[in-house]
Design a protein around this ligand. Sequence first.
Ligand SMILES: NC(=O)c1ccc[n+]([C@@H]2O[C@H](COP(=O)([O-])OP(=O)(O)OC[C@H]3O[C@@H](n4cnc5c(N)ncnc54)[C@H](O)[C@@H]3O)[C@@H](O)[C@H]2O)c1
Length: 444
Amino acid sequence: MPSEANAIVKQLQQAIQDRQPRIAVMGLGYVGLPLLASCFKAGYAVLGFDVSQERIQTLQAGQSPVQDVAASQIQAMNQSERAEWTSNPETLATADIILICVPTPLHKSKEPDLSFIVQATETLARTLRPGQLIILESTTYPGTTDEVLLPAFEATGLQLDQHFLLAFSPERIDPGNPTYRVENIPKVVGGISAECGAVASAFYQSLGLSVHTVSSARVAETAKILENTFRSVNIALVNEFAGICRALEIDVWEVIEAAATKPFGFMKFLPGPGIGGHCIPLDPHYLIWKARLHGFEPRFMGLADQINSQMPVWVVQRTTDVLNLARKALNGARIGVLGVAYKANIDDARESPAHAILPLLMQKGAQVSYHDPYIPRFEAGGQVLKSQPCDSDFLAQDLLLILTDHQQLDYARILAEAPLILDTRNALVSRLPEARLSERLHGL
Ligand SMILES: NC(=O)c1ccc[n+]([C@@H]2O[C@H](COP(=O)([O-])OP(=O)(O)OC[C@H]3O[C@@H](n4cnc5c(N)ncnc54)[C@H](O)[C@@H]3O)[C@@H](O)[C@H]2O)c1
């Protein structure tokens, strides 16, 4: 006679083969919504759950709150009986597989703020029923799934492997990246038990994804933080190189292009005004915190964070120096900032370096305005600024500061009209090589 553990595994695996389970996604943001769209595309019935009623209303009205999912996709879902949007937590009982995609920010002290995961876990514990598979996708420190989620679920009286399954699978999406999307990014999956890992892996395979199954949720949690720490450390390294090259009067961009011709052993990272987004500046702190609890003091990760966090100060220093070349002071200067999103071609300004740079410029007396085709409003120094048209008046200010190199900007016009430019992204020279000769153009 099959054991109860075998029973839930077999039942869910068979159901996955037949696309029978109803999939709920908790948290319909940059991560959760594209994932839900993939589940729908794979033939599953989907339930989108979010605590924000405004977000649910937006989706019910057929609009998309994130750039990577088209409104037409939402409308197609709305016309189908396979999709439902809700902020009613009771409905979660109707789902068989539940994917948690809630935010994992930091407290001001840079310690992990697990409150969204804890809240989502408490919500789920209230409706947990036999036969459910829960997968945490939010980025977090190793041990979260079995130290925070598992005890809360077991406190309901239901047991892992007998009644419910639990796994971690980090989301690796890169919003705005047209090459790598949910569909073609391999999934790392780690279960609390081997059974949990096997069923969670079968589920992601059913979405057409390539799956790499690891031995535990902790390994999967740590792998995600290694990926993002790798980026943070390498960005810090090139940012430091930018400072060294400035001191030695060498063009750092030319150096990087040259090094990148090596076909092995080198991976190209680019300097910039600082790091941003909901991942790279935050994720390493989750591991730093956990390592400290276990008596290990990480040095590399902290150093990278320090270097990257200092970049906005460096940008303000460079702004002062470049204005100085034109015999102008930062105090009273009219500065037009081009781009406040944290990276090119996206509508996300979370943790963007502009959040540090604009207030610093304002504190020193600069009059700051900005243009960003993706970010209509931006809060800086206690003021809400509105994106200005990128017209001749905007370009004619004392200094144009390029912080984000959105593709759609008219760089030829910018180069022709702006009297003084500080380009922290090499946006102009990379598109218009002749810009290198312009005495009005300066870099990091
Ligand atoms: N944005 C990225 O590029 C990216 C990439 C990979 C991984 N991640 C990780 O994915 C997770 C989610 O990030 P995001 O960028 O999608 O966040 P987001 O802010 O875009 O979306 C999160 C959504 O969760 C909702 N929410 C909050 N608490 C909830 C709850 N208890 N129940 C249901 N919904 C709730 C919010 O209302 C919001 O709509 C984070 O852990 C992040 O680190 C993000």
